[in-house]
Design a protein around this ligand. Structure first.
Ligand code: 13P
Length: 249
């Protein structure tokens, strides 16, 4: 399976910075990269980045959140069909920053994934344990609970999602899960997907949390790590390009 390297720009960027970043990425990309690539950008920049990546066939566009509702009186929210209209192939749902700062529950995240799938946008469903949960030996239980909600709500469509394992303690901290630690959790998630669909082998499970140019290749070499969801390092073209180059065929 082709790996997927997705940048999550989070709440960073400006018209000028986005253009400079994407031009530098375009200049450094090989004509046919070995992996699939995406950038998940802040919503106000979707139109700008849609236009910029139109000239970069290897790079898909993604958003960072979506409403669980199709339309209506939901001030401030964005529907999946709106994202689709701006060319989004992906949308991140259930990022730990949304769960933590916006109180998103497993059920809401599952409903968001469903709304995305209904509009033809692939949800990148984030799961991951906090440091306290890891130290309490609850990692497996937490990620399984988070994924179970999405499986329950999405039924046979579950093979259409992308999963991202992002241990909360590794996000933006410079502390990465070791390749073995990450692989162990990815294997748990794969087993859970296998119980839900006979298509589990084609579900991409990304790792996210301080992935960078130096550690990408050892993480991406693991059997069940099908790519990366990259925060900080996706904002620096040379680093993002190195991670893309580290993805094995
Ligand atoms: P960092 O790569 O900055 O740790 O962020 C990871 C992340 O949260 C991607 O969604």
């Amino acid at each position: 399976m082709k790996k997927l390297i997705a940048g999550n720009w989070k709440m960073n960027g400006s018209l000028a910075a986005n253009e400079a970043l994407l031009r530098e990425i375009a200049a450094g990309l090989s004509a046919q990269p070995a992996c699939a690539i995406a950038v998940c950008v802040p919503a106000p920049y979707l139109a700008q980045v849609q236009a910029l990546v139109a000239g970069m066939p290897a790079v898909a566009l993604g958003a960072q959140d979506v409403s669980s509702h199709a339309s209506g009186a939901f001030t401030g929210e964005l529907s999946a069909s709106m994202l689709r209209e701006f060319g989004c192939r992906y949308v991140i749902v259930g990022h730990s920053e949304r769960r933590q700062y916006h109180g998103e529950t497993d059920t809401l995240v599952a409903d968001k994934a469903k709304a995305a799938l209904a509009a033809g946008v692939t949800p990148i469903v984030c799961v991951g344990e906090t440091l306290a949960e890891r130290e309490a030996g609850q990692t497996e239980q937490v990620v399984k609970r988070q994924l179970a909600a999405v499986i329950h709500t999405n039924g046979h469509c579950i093979s259409e999602i992308v999963v991202a394992y992002e241990p909360v303690w590794a996000i933006g901290t410079g502390k990465t899960a070791t390749p073995e630690e990450a692989q162990a959790v990815h294997a748990v998630l794969r087993t859970q997907l296998k119980a839900a669909t006979d298509q589990a082998a084609r579900v991409k499970i990304l790792y996210g949390g301080s992935m960078n140019a130096a550690n990408a290749s050892s993480l991406l070499a693991q059997a069940d790590i099908d790519g990366g969801l990259i925060g900080g390092a996706s904002l620096k073209a040379p680093d993002f390009l190195k991670i893309i180059a580290a993805a094995p065929v």
